[in-house]
Design a protein around this ligand. Structure first.
Ligand SMILES: Cc1cc2nc3c(=O)[nH]c(=O)nc-3n(C[C@H](O)[C@H](O)[C@H](O)COP(=O)(O)OP(=O)(O)OC[C@H]3O[C@@H](n4cnc5c(N)ncnc54)[C@H](O)[C@@H]3O)c2cc1C
Length: 414
């Protein structure tokens, strides 16, 4: 029996591959449902609150391989953004997805023609590049942008608010390869939300797997070993399960604790504030990017413009992403966030606060020096790792790492 610990996307992808291969496997998950960091709470009055603002890109290759995107009944964001800076509100569209928007893009006043050309050149270089994240290594996303003439207004008005919200890293100190990879994925793809929330993604994967092989509310407390080999696991309940191979699809700190290793990388935290109202603030499925380094709200979006089912009939749902706010008191945080959003959309004063969702361990640090796509097998051991402990931190990388771990394990066993 192969035991997989963790039913996040990495663990579910692993299970999918093992099931396809006809292997004998068992998935053990500590919480009551699959998905890990990709989850949706359905409130009693019918709002869909994702565990932090997340999107799935239809350009993700492994997601396309494993998921039936149409069955998710997706709503798509406009590929671009609504810039909220010193020149009022301006739409910026991705010319690859909205070619008719090029003239409009050229006319935006938020940044200069030289900067627009620099952005076009950087984009073209990304599209022509062979690999997803290849290029020079050892520097940050911020350094990469500045080296390509993308500092100043275009940085503070577009690139920082956009990518800080993607990396959950306000300083853009993330490795430049992550920027290159994400730039390409966003340029080629459209961001979508499933009609039933992001939690529908892991649910779809889990529904294709035999229920008898998935055990929830079963936290693994300890690995049982004989020398280097893992012979089984002990659950928190005391029950033991023996195995011939083990896959840890858990978050890095959990894996390291189970392996008896010291703490690993630092993690970013993110807070999402949900607000509800009746009157629309703006039209179109845009992410709104408030310009400026010192903003509390990094970006926000009216999700009902993208997927109406995120709110009950007649209501709207706005998500606002806040980085580095620590455990700030709700009332003060809401007041500041509301003030910032109302300064852009005065009608927001009639909206109400709905809920605060904190993800204290959202993404592991991907500062220069971190390695995407590390070996999944622990040397000399019948143990494999999957998830963003061995790959980039994204939905697609989690899925791909799960397939990779399963393939490598199957190849070893055969
Ligand atoms: C707020 C936020 C926004 C994001 N936005 C995006 C985005 O827009 N696009 C994108 O591509 N990616 C995004 N990501 C990243 C993406 O969600 C993650 O990289 C990915 O989901 C990680 O999946 P995973 O399977 O590696 O880990 P996890 O989802 O963390 O899964 C680990 C699983 O292991 C379980 N587990 C832990 N300990 C035990 C134990 N002892 N026993 C049994 N089970 C255990 C956990 O409960 C969990 O289910 C975002 C992440 C966050 C948090």
């Amino acid at each position: 029996m192969i035991v997989i610990v963790g039913a996040g996307l990495a663990g579910l992808a692993c299970a999918t591959r093992l099931e396809q291969a006809g292997a004998d496997w068992l998935l053990l998950e500590s919480s009551e449902k699959p998905g890990g960091r990709v989850a949706t709470e359905i409130t009693s009055d019918g709002y869909l609150l994702d565990r932090g603002f997340q999107v799935l890109l239809d350009s993700y290759p492994t997601a396309r391989e494993l998921l039936d995107l149409q069955a998710l009944k997706p709503g798509y964001f406009c590929s671009g953004a609504l810039l909220a800076g010193g020149h009022g509100l301006e739409v910026l569209l991705n010319p690859l997805m909205h070619p008719a928007g090029i003239l409009r893009d050229l006319a935006t006043r938020s940044f200069s023609l030289t900067q627009k050309l620099a952005l076009g050149l950087y984009g073209a270089a990304r599209l022509l590049a062979g690999g997803d994240g290849d290029g020079e290594v050892g520097h940050t996303a911020l350094e990469e942008l500045r080296r390509h003439g993308l500092g100043g207004d275009i940085l503070e008005g577009f690139l920082r608010p956009f990518f800080a919200g993607v990396f959950l890293d306000n300083d853009l100190g993330t490795d430049a390869s992550v920027l290159r990879n994400d730039f390409r994925k966003f340029a080629f793809g459209r961001a979508l939300l499933p009609a039933e929330g992001m939690g529908a993604i892991p649910r779809q994967l889990a529904a294709l797997l035999p229920l008898s092989r998935q055990r929830y509310e079963s936290p693994v407390a300890e690995l049982l070993r004989s020398g280097e080999r893992v012979t089984g696991i002990r659950l928190a309940s005391g029950e033991t399960v023996s195995c011939k191979a083990l896959i840890l699809g858990t978050e890095e700190p959990v894996s390291r604790r189970l392996l008896g290793l010291h703490a690993g990388r630092s993690w970013s935290q993110v807070t999402t504030l949900y607000f509800t109202g009746v009157d629309p603030l703006y039209e179109g499925g845009y992410l709104v990017l408030p310009a400026g380094r010192e903003r509390l709200v990094r970006h926000f979006a009216d999700l009902t413009n993208v997927v109406p089912s995120y709110a009950p009939r007649g209501r709207r749902l706005l998500t606002a992403t806040v980085l580095d706010c620590g455990n700030g008191i709700d009332a003060e945080l809401n007041r500041r966030a509301s003030q910032e959003i109302s300064a852009i959309f005065p009608g927001f004063v009639s909206w109400e606060f709905l809920k605060r969702v904190d993800v204290p361990e959202a993404l592991p640090s991907q500062r220069p020096g971190f390695l995407a796509d590390q070996p999944t097998r622990l040397q000399g051991c019948n143990l494999w790792l999957a998830g963003d402990q061995v790959a980039r931190a994204s939905i697609d990388s989690a899925l791909a790492s799960g397939l990779r771990a399963a393939d490598e394990l199957l190849a070893t066993l055969s």
